[in-house]
Design a protein around this ligand. Structure first.
Ligand code: C2G
Length: 729
């Protein structure tokens, strides 16, 4: 029976290692030797490996004395391997339980290498997508250069003698491209190989690309340093082998087009100085044959690299980028606007009196930006600020004196490029560039209960994955100059979850100023304005969204879990319900049969008005309750899916039940009876409410906007401070 040695180097992959080793020990092919190489891990990985060794005698662990990298660790594994065949697994990856069996099943004496297939996943539940089709051909043949396209040595079975006799090794000098010398030699010595499609290897995207990236997720700069090093060490070796030389040259040229060109577009002068000579050193080895058929412009760039002509290289590269951009803008208004933004607007002077506001991606006129805008208008009546609001679809009810621009219109880009101040409450798109002299005040949009940013263990929103989400998030947060926090509790979370190093304005929420200052008279006129009856009490139902319940990116489903008919029959004489769904919910609920009892105000601009006119709030995990607490009105928490939301969907920052100032309810009946006994509920939760208020709301004193404005403008010499009137915090 053929014996297979599986080699797994590991270094600090505690998050994945357990599943990785399990996928190996659960292989349906039993005759395995599992060689784990600990490359000096400092986390729990070593213990995980050792626990497996206790229960599976096929496991051997080798400990490196100093950190040696993946290449050397695999080479150590090869030396130790006693199997007839060798297979490599990375410690954050996973293999299908039949992966080895399917390869071994088709081994013949002539085979030195047999390959399976590789797929990239984020979560293990995606594996179900890859269940094999009955019609799938189990074995076919592939040119080995095509099989090892990315030059990764994973997913294939190698005959040990073949590897050992030819002394095929991984590079020990580089990390990202350590596989290249290994696979080049395999390609050289095995023109065609068997390919078994349903022997599957799953490469995993990391959940945290920011603090724990995989090698492939490292920066373009690191990639260039690594790639040029490997290329210059390999190129001389294949000098007289035309097939191999052209193959590695092609790899260099592909790398140049995919990685180098993009890197150069945004590189700093220092980076360029570091990278250019290395690229030149590599390009020196390119043979004319390899690049003679490239497009003329790239050919010129490569020649300039080869002969160290820096000026020429930069000139051709600039033209290259211009042509690329130009190609993109033809036929796409969106790209044309972006191009004008970059080429024109970003070069225009910044207007130090211009302020751009955006709330919830332009969906409405609300939140902290609204409060700051209104306060600025009051404060600087005679001063010459110009205010611009961003709207998404419908123009906003702002003062007619001020301008508004549609998101992603030309006017929007001009405003974003030339305004001194950005005052925004959600993340801005990546392609909006922050210029050195611009000031970005991120107001954010709620005290966090649900996990945020880096604290989310498994991002389930569509259109992203955990690693990418965290990377984008922290890159965005790095652009913020200021971030507002409602309380100390938020400041601490924000610093960690956003990896935010700028200035936190722990001043209370400007959007809550009005809740503190409000007078009772306004309530009735507001009700009339909205079209609600004045003789009924108002229940506001404002739940949040569920990350894993969506139609598509940015558009979420919502299943109403309240029996409105029943509520109407029990509460309808005294109450009406305002339904306020979160702004990312795209569900169209048909509420026609509840007319006169349920009012859908999901698209109503400012939720503050709804807080003011309501008599009690029903919510769930939404941050609305941190604001509503200012009003001291009763709150109920309709948390019918608490376990799922807390344990699988998002995760929560605190023990919900112990902290929130109201009961957690699970059914419509419970909601009804709680509302029927609302006075006793208020008495029961009085103390918890007070404690809650002290912890989260004590800075909400009605003057938060003033404090924020004072802080951001005080560094601007041309304005008098408003600090005399501002309470010190
Ligand atoms: N909101 C609303 N209507 C709802 C829910 C929320 O108008 N039904 C508004 C409120 O102003 C709320 C804000 O959107 O404070 C954020 O909503 P959350 O439900 O807390 O959800 P999310 O947008 O994911 O923000 O730190 C806060 C977190 O980022 C949560």
């Amino acid at each position: 029976m053929i014996k297979v040695s599986i080699i797994v180097p590991f270094y600090n992959t505690e998050e994945y290692l357990n599943e990785c080793i399990k996928s190996i020990t659960y292989q349906t092919y039993p005759n395995l030797e599992i060689i784990l190489v600990d490359d000096c891990s400092t986390d729990n990985s070593k213990k995980i490996a050792e626990d497996f060794r206790k229960i599976d005698s096929r496991i051997k662990i080798t400990y490196n004395q100093i950190r040696s990298g993946v290449g050397k660790s695999r080479n150590i594994g090869i030396k130790k391997a006693n199997g007839d065949f060798i297979y490599f697994v990375d410690s954050d990856d996973y293999i299908h339980h039949n992966a080895i069996k399917r390869l071994v099943d088709v081994v013949e004496e002539k085979d030195n290498v047999i390959s399976g297939s590789i797929s990239t996943i984020t979560n293990l539940n995606e594996i179900d997508k890859f269940t094999e089709r009955v019609t799938e051909l189990p074995v076919s043949y592939k040119l080995s250069s095509k099989n090892f396209k990315g030059r990764s040595a994973l997913k294939a079975l190698y005959r040990s003698n073949f590897i050992k006799n030819l002394n095929i090794k991984f590079s020990e000098d580089v990390n990202i491209y350590a596989d290249h010398p290994f696979t080049y030699e395999v390609i050289k010595h095995s023109k065609e190989i068997k390919y078994v499609r349903n022997s599957r290897y799953f490469r995993r995207r990391r959940h945290d690309r920011v603090t724990n990236p995989s090698l492939k997720e490292l920066s373009r700069y690191d990639k260039i340093i690594d790639f040029t090093r490997i290329y210059t060490s390999i190129a001389p070796k294949y000098h007289s082998d035309t097939f191999m030389k052209q193959l590695i040259d092609r790899d260099f040229l592909n790398f140049y087009r995919k990685v180098v060109v993009m890197f150069m577009k945004a590189s700093t002068e220092e980076e360029f100085k570091e990278v250019f000579p290395r690229l030149h050193n590599s390009a020196r080895y390119l043979i004319n044959e390899s690049y003679k058929n490239l497009n003329p412009l790239i050919k010129r760039e490569i020649k300039a690299l080869k002969y160290y002509e820096t000026k020429k290289f930069l000139k051709y590269l600039r033209i290259h980028h211009e042509l690329r951009d130009f190609k993109k803008i033809i036929g796409s208004k969106k790209n044309l606007y972006k191009w004008i933004y970059k080429k024109r607007f970003l070069k225009q002077p910044i207007d130090s009196h211009k302020v751009v506001f955006e709330s919830f991606m332009g969906k409405n006129y609300s939140g902290n930006p609204k409060a700051i805008y209104e306060s600025m208008k009051k404060e600087f009546k005679d001063k010459e600020y110009s205010y611009i609001w961003v709207y998404k679809e419908n123009p906003l009810p702002i003062s007619a004196d001020d301008k508004q621009v549609k998101r992603f219109s030309l006017a929007y880009y001009k405003a974003m490029a030339t305004a001194k101040y950005w005052i925004v409450n959600t993340r801005l798109p990546k392609h909006i560039e922050k210029r050195t002299d611009q000031l970005y005040l991120q107001t954010w949009h709620g005290t966090p209960l649900k996990h945020l940013g880096m604290d989310i263990s498994n991002v389930q929103m569509p259109g992203t994955d955990t690693g990418r989400y965290k990377k984008n998030f922290t890159e965005e947060a790095a652009r913020w100059d200021y971030l507002i926090a409602q309380n100390k509790y938020s400041s601490e979370i924000f610093k960690r979850a956003f990896m935010f190093n700028g200035k936190i304005l722990e001043y209370g929420y400007p959007r809550n100023d009005i809740l503190v200052q409000q007078s009772g008279n306004e309530v009735n006129s507001l009700k009339e304005k909205i079209g609600l009856p004045n003789d009924k009490k108002v229940i506001l139902y404002a739940p949040t969204w569920r990350d894993n319940h969506y139609f598509e990116k940015g558009k979420y489903k919502f299943k109403l879990a309240l029996d409105l008919e029943k509520m109407k029959s029990k509460l309808g004489n005294d109450y009406i319900i305002i339904l306020r769904l979160h702004y990312v919910i795209a569900e169209q609920l048909d509420l026609s049969q509840h007319k006169g009892f349920v009012y859908d105000l999901s698209t109503y601009g400012d939720i503050n008005d709804l807080y003011l006119i309501s008599d009690l709030l029903i919510t769930d995990y939404s941050s609305v309750f941190f604001d509503y607490a200012n009003l001291k009105k009763p709150m109920l928490f309709y948390t019918y899916d608490l376990e799922d939301y807390r344990d699988s969907v998002r995760g929560l920052y605190f023990d919900f039940e112990k902290v929130v100032p109201g009961p957690l309810l699970r059914s419509t009946d419970e909601v009804i009876s709680t509302i029927q006994n609302i006075e006793s509920i208020q008495i029961k939760y009085r103390e918890q409410y007070d404690n809650f208020y002290k912890k989260f709301n004590s800075l909400d004193d009605g003057r938060a906007a003033e404090r924020v404005i004072n802080e951001i403008l005080k560094s601007q010499p041309e304005y008098d401070l408003i600090s005399e009137r501002t309470t010190e915090v």
